[in-house]
Write a protein that binds this ligand. Structure first.
Ligand SMILES: Cc1cc2nc3c(=O)[nH]c(=O)nc-3n(C[C@H](O)[C@H](O)[C@H](O)COP(=O)(O)OP(=O)(O)OC[C@H]3O[C@@H](n4cnc5c(N)ncnc54)[C@H](O)[C@@H]3O)c2cc1C
Length: 534
């Protein structure tokens, strides 16, 4: 039983079966919305909340016109005074009343410090992209900066950046802690868009209405609302392995096949990898030693700073749930422990979404390739090199992103030969740059135009239009399989044996496109390794 950084006491079970936490949501309540909530919504009963985000979003189009005005700031002296500190009874050991804000912060953070396995040294030259302290003043200061420096106006172009304070708003922690509200953010955007906020005069687009940047911020905030409503609608299913769509009849066999656990009591006898092995993999996943650069960088950034970008979070969650097929709730609990912006609804519903058990219409078929994602979003390798200093001396990007691919002479020179990321990567993804596929047998073309999304459905809030799915690719199976991959979901229809799929990046930004090969991972996982198609 631990006290988290958020001051709550709860049990955490990273090596045992994660349990549902209905107490966290007031989950026994009915599905009828309160008058306060329903006045902003187009339905009265949560059962009518659409399961597809796009359907929900369309009900509020144009979103800019919908939010109510903010409640005015209370006049000074209008609130009852704070209680006298003298009325707080003294506390017996082991409890203590902090005497300063600094002591309070230490007390809040110390349980996290105790849990972290041998906290690594902060890499030289690395710094947090989330250097903020809490509180309303701090939130307002950040909001003013975002507006006046033109960051809101450019949000759509920068939001996928991995290594910078101003690539995205960094408002999530303020929102999660109640230091600012979504309506306050919306109203501040109006000042810039309508040209009434003189402080933004110099910013491009001032007074010219909503632009792609400000629209993008509102769009993300709507996702936040949606996830809160989903959590209210599905209640304890927020924490169920099978997700929101769980039925009592969830097939035990599918469950066992799809999700590996570290819990010996829960694992089927034949589980491969064994629960003990899953426990070991989880340790490496948490501390960022999987051998997959993008994932390791993000996990180390999280440990050191409590923050990691949305792009990185999506990849981390995909990696655990879809590449390693490990119970996604281990990852959600890890995030719950460490995120500065932890929010029960956003965290667990996003994990579900990415794990393919939530409300993503593409479910388990949406898979990111973490190597391609690294090439796309960490073009110089700066992010991975910042947080995984071991690979800083490696020359080629593909080696930085997967150190085991480095030639032995270079490994020796960089002292990496014996490193676990090289000797025993959790997964190996064959991926080569700037070369045409060898012996392609089948081709498929990822859907384009609507971002490849079926029926115009929105992709993940943060997929943007640049997910792995935009591949033109060729797949071949070396074991003699002739069926190739089927359609955009690329369901692998063959059984047994290794297969190789070759994909050509459609955007052609790496020397005329790059090719990737996929192998069965070496670790014995029965992975399907489908690629995008979104
Ligand atoms: C696996 C996973 C776990 C996550 N856990 C959390 C969490 O515990 N708390 C949290 O606030 N967000 C969570 N997110 C959503 C998102 O990653 C963060 O909100 C975002 O990275 C915070 O950075 P930002 O404020 O700069 O976001 P921006 O890109 O600037 O977005 C603006 C605001 O919109 C909201 N928002 C953006 N993306 C999402 C989203 N996908 N879902 C819900 N709201 C969103 C946030 O309030 C954010 O502050 C998670 C995403 C994933 C994939």
């Amino acid at each position: 039983v631990l006290t988290s950084s958020h001051g709550r006491t709860r049990s955490i079970s990273l090596t045992s079966k994660p349990d549902p936490h209905p107490h966290r949501l007031g989950l026994g309540r009915s599905l009828t919305l309160t008058p306060q909530s329903s006045r902003d919504l187009s339905f009265q009963n949560l059962e009518d909340l659409p399961d597809i985000f796009t359907t929900y979003r369309k009900q509020y189009d144009p979103l800019r016109d919908k939010p109510r005005a903010t409640v005015p700031r209370p006049k000074e002296g209008s609130l009852p005074p704070l209680p006298e500190t003298s009325i707080i009874p003294s506390q017996p050991e082991p409890f203590a009343i902090p005497e300063s804000q600094e002591q309070l912060l230490q007390a809040l953070v110390s349980p996290v410090r105790q849990i972290l396995p041998a906290t690594p040294e902060m890499p030289e030259g690395a710094s947090t992209v989330h250097p903020f302290t809490g509180g309303e003043d701090s939130a307002q200061k950040r909001l003013r900066h975002l507006l006046e420096a033109g960051i809101m106006a450019n949000y759509d172009k920068t939001r996928n950046g991995l290594l910078g304070i101003d690539f995205s708003t960094k408002l999530s922690a303020f929102l999660a802690q109640g230091c600012i509200t979504a309506r306050q953010i919306h109203e501040a955007l109006l000042g810039y868009e309508d040209g009434t906020d003189a402080a933004c005069e110099q910013v491009e687009g001032f007074g010219m209405g909503e632009n792609d940047g400000t629209k993008g911020v509102r769009y993300e905030l709507l996702w936040r609302d949606f996830m809160r409503l989903c959590a209210q609608k599905y209640k304890a299913k927020l924490f169920r392995l099978e997700g929101f769509k769980a039925t009592e009849k969830y097939e035990a066999s599918e469950k066992a096949d799809r999700w590996k656990t570290a819990n010996e009591d829960d694992a089927p006898a034949e589980q491969d990898p064994s629960p003990q092995k899953v426990g070991e993999l989880l340790e490496r996943f948490k501390t960022g030693h999987t051998g997959m650069g993008l994932i390791d960088a993000s996990q180390r950034e999280l440990i050191h700073t409590g923050y990691t970008s949305n792009r990185a979070r999506q990849n981390v969650a995909t990696f655990l749930a879809k590449h390693l097929k490990i119970d996604w709730r281990y990852g959600a609990e890890w995030y719950e422990l460490l995120l500065v912006d932890y929010d029960v609804c956003s965290n667990w519903a996003n994990w579900q979404y990415v794990a393919g058990v939530g409300l993503d219409p593409r479910g388990k078929d949406r898979i990111f390739n973490p190597v391609k994602q690294a090439f796309d979003y960490d073009k110089e390798g700066a992010y991975v090199k910042t947080w995984v200093p071991e690979v800083r001396s490696l020359e080629k990007l593909e080696n930085v992103f997967q150190p085991w691919t480095t030639p032995s002479t270079e490994l020796e020179a960089s002292g990496l030969t014996e490193d676990v990321m090289v000797k025993d990567p959790v997964i190996r993804i064959q991926f080569s740059v700037g070369r045409r596929p060898q012996n392609p047998r089948r081709t498929f073309r990822g859907r384009r135009g609507n971002g490849g999304r079926p029926n115009g459905q929105a992709s993940r809030p943060s997929d943007g239009a640049q997910t792995d799915g935009q591949y033109q690719g060729q797949a071949s199976y070396r074991g003699g399989y002739r069926g190739g991959f089927r359609g955009q979901n690329m369901n692998y229809r063959g059984g047994g044996g290794a297969y190789r799929g070759y994909y050509r990046g459609s955007r052609g930004n790496y020397r005329g496109g790059y090719n990737a090969e996929w192998n069965q991972p070496q670790s014995g996982f029965a992975t399907t390794q489908q690629q995008g198609g979104i």
